[in-house]
Design a protein around this ligand. Structure first.
Ligand SMILES: [Zn+2]
Ligand SMILES: [Zn+2]
Ligand SMILES: [Zn+2]
Ligand SMILES: [Zn+2]
Length: 178
């Protein structure tokens, strides 16, 4: 069986590979799931598609204008184009997980670990209570930094404060770029 890439890849013709997850760009795999997971989470499966790209696309969200870094351009094959189109109503991961919220979530998990260890070690109650109140404070911060209106099922698109990043839902649109 001849692969489509071999057909398209005649000598001298540069064929751009489909790259739906932003690999091999300067952004790197840290963009996996919108930056929530670093390369260490990537595991054995490299999310790379071998098919040639039919065009270059970018997922745009209504908050993009506020950011300094534009969304990465993805060369896509027909299959991944259709797949991403189908999931287009998915919320933008960059908006859903701003950097500060990721940090807070990691902090929360770290303190939770400390608490678990302290409990296993039979630490004094004062220490446990201190850890619990730290957890609660981080939880409150996460709550404050999350748009509660967005969490209501079926919430309509609405504007968000521009002066501070807040976790919220934004729909994405797939646009072709030249
Ligand atoms: Zn947004
Ligand atoms: Zn593909
Ligand atoms: Zn967004
Ligand atoms: Zn909102």
């Amino acid at each position: 069986m001849t692969s489509p890439l071999a057909l398209a890849g005649a000598p001298g013709i540069a064929v751009e590979r489909c790259n739906p997850f932003g690999h091999a760009t300067d952004k790197g795999p840290k963009h996996l799931m919108g930056g929530m997971y670093g390369p260490q989470y990537e595991g054995k499966i490299k999310w790379v598609c071998k098919a040639p790209a039919t065009g270059r696309y970018r997922m745009e969200c209504r908050c993009d204008a506020l950011r300094h870094v534009p969304a990465p351009v993805m060369p896509l094959c027909l299959h991944h184009l259709a797949m991403i189109r189908k999931r287009m109503s998915d919320a933008c991961t960059t908006c859903m997980l701003p950097q500060r919220n990721i940090e807070l979530a990691n902090e929360y998990l770290a303190v939770q670990d400390l608490l678990r260890t302290a409990q296993l070690d039979g630490a004094p109650e004062a220490r446990l209570l201190a850890l619990v109140s730290r957890l609660n404070r981080i939880g409150e911060q996460i709550h404050e930094m999350t748009c509660q209106a967005c969490l209501v099922p079926g919430a309509l698109p609405h504007d968000h404060p521009r002066d501070r990043p807040m976790a919220h839902k934004c729909k994405l649109t797939l646009v072709e770029v030249s």
